[in-house]
Every structure is written in C-alpha cells, then in structure tokens.
Design a protein around this ligand. Structure first.
Ligand code: BTN
Length: 262
C-alpha cells in the first residue's frame, strides 16, 4: 500500500521537512498534478504518487499503462537546474531510478538512452521530464520529473509482452523505492548545481547502447528517415555520440532523434 508516512520515514532526514508528499488513489497523470502544486514557503520539493493513473503518459505523448497497484507512478517537483544543464535532468533521474531499484530489490536495470529503464531487453520503466514556468517572470522555476516503473506484468497487453516487462515483484515496498529515488535524485541535482556532473559516468556505465549497432531515426514522426551507426559514447550534455559507416561522428540530441538497437 502506498502510504505518505512510510515514504516520509524513508526520506533522508534533512529532506523530510522540506518535502510536500501527496499520495492519491487514482489520478489522470501524476505529472499533471505536480505541475499545479503550489508549495508552501517552508517546502522546496514535492513527491506526488498514485496507485493508478488513467492517463499516464510518456515521451512523444505515448501512453504509459498504469494499472492499480502494479507499478510506481511518481512525479517529483524540484527547483529547476541552470538553463545550460536542464537536459541533464532526465539522465539524472534515470541514474537515480536505476540505483534505487538496485538498492531496494537487488535487480540491476540498464538505461536505454535517454529515458528508458530496461531489464533483459524489455522496457520496465521510463522518465518524462517537464518544465514549470513562472507566469510572472516567464522563467523555468521548477522541473517535474515523472518516473514510471512496472512492478508486475499486470496490465501489459499480451502483444507487447516481448518488449515491455516489469520488476516482477508483487510484494515490493513501493514506499521505500519512491523515497530512495527521491533521495538520490536530490543528491544528483545538488551536485549538478555545484558543477559536479560525475553522475554521467554512472549513466554511461548503466547504458545498454554504448558499443552497440543502432538505427538512428532523424525524426520521431518519420520512421523512414533512418541511418545505421554505432553508439560510441554519451557526452557531458547527455547527447548520444554515434559513428556512421563513413566515419562521421555526430552528437545527437534526444529531442531530434530516436534510436533503436539493431
Ligand atoms: C516514457 O516511457 O517515455 C516515460 C514514462 C513516464 C511515466 C511516468 S508515470 C508517472 C508520471 N506520470 C505520467 O503521466 N508519466 C510519468
């Protein structure tokens, strides 16, 4: 059972007093709720979670299936990163989520650039980061980092079970996992703000694409516009570095391309 007190109990001590926690039974999308939260002056962060989402969504407006009690549907509201580091929020969340899963369950997910968590060639979770803009200043004030992790296979359509999987644990303490993700993400955000981006080494180590042959799709919409390459690295801005057959190297931004392992 999701429970506010159990989440709070597992937060690092200095974070509990600064964090608004809201637990819901059923919402459209926890990201939508997080974007409308008005924090009281003593709060810096918010944790929004629900047992069930009716309109869970992922990148490129894809559906994120979120049946009752079968996963973690979590949105974290945090003060924004500096503009030149904004795109590191999603890799940071991927590292925080992968490490929290490993610590809580003993299962070690890998990361498929840029935002997907994998176990054994199946996607078990993903991250959707959205910005909150202050309407008076027009500046990005906060980020909403939405994290979804399938804990059981319930709700995964049978025709997608060869691509989508889960942690496959029905008795998982979701409160503990939620707190662990949050504790880790706040620590990484704090480091990024101090210009320490050493978490990107962890991101590279967890990557399941580096060294692999991939197909690069130049447009998310037009799947016919594609080229084969080798994924050689992920740079310090979170771009995927690929080498094409003619030796050309490109740094690809996740907003412009998608890749599929060959
Ligand atoms: C993706 O697969 O592209 C990202 C999936 C992100 C899903 C999470 S679940 C909690 C939060 N609320 C949403 O509607 N989406 C994110």
């Amino acid at each position: 059972m999701l429970n506010k007190r159990s989440i709070e109990k597992n937060l690092l001590q200095n974070l509990a007093a600064q964090t608004e926690i809201k637990v819901f039974d059923n919402v459209s999308s926890t990201n939508d709720i997080a974007k409308t939260i008005e924090l009281s002056p003593e709060k810096v962060y918010a944790i929004i979670t629900a047992d069930h989402q009716s309109q869970g969504r992922g990148r490129m407006n894809r559906q994120f299936i979120s049946p009752p009690a079968a996963g973690i549907y979590l949105s974290l509201l945090l003060p924004a990163l500096p503009l030149d580091k904004l795109l590191l929020a999603t890799p940071a969340a991927a590292v925080a989520a992968a490490e929290a899963v490993a610590e809580t369950t003993g299962i070690f997910p890998s990361i498929k650039w840029v935002n997907d968590l994998y176990i054994d060639k199946k996607k078990i979770g993903g991250i959707l980061t959205e910005a909150v803009t202050n309407y008076k200043t027009g500046q990005i004030s906060h980020l909403v980092v939405g994290i979804g992790i399938n804990c059981t296979d319930a709700g995964i359509p049978s025709d997608e079970r060869n691509q989508i999987g889960s942690l496959n644990i029905s008795h998982l303490d979701r409160n503990m996992l939620i707190a662990a993700v949050f504790n880790k993400l706040v620590a990484i955000f704090d480091s990024i703000k101090k210009d320490d981006i050493s978490f990107m080494d962890k991101y590279r180590n967890l990557s399941n694409l580096i060294g692999k042959k991939v197909t690069v799709y130049r447009s998310h919409m037009d799947q016919s516009c594609c080229l084969d390459a080798t994924a050689v690295d992920i740079d310090c801005s979170g771009n995927l570095v690929v080498e094409f057959a003619d030796g050309t190297v490109e740094h690809l931004s996740s907003g412009e391309v998608s890749v599929r392992e060959i």
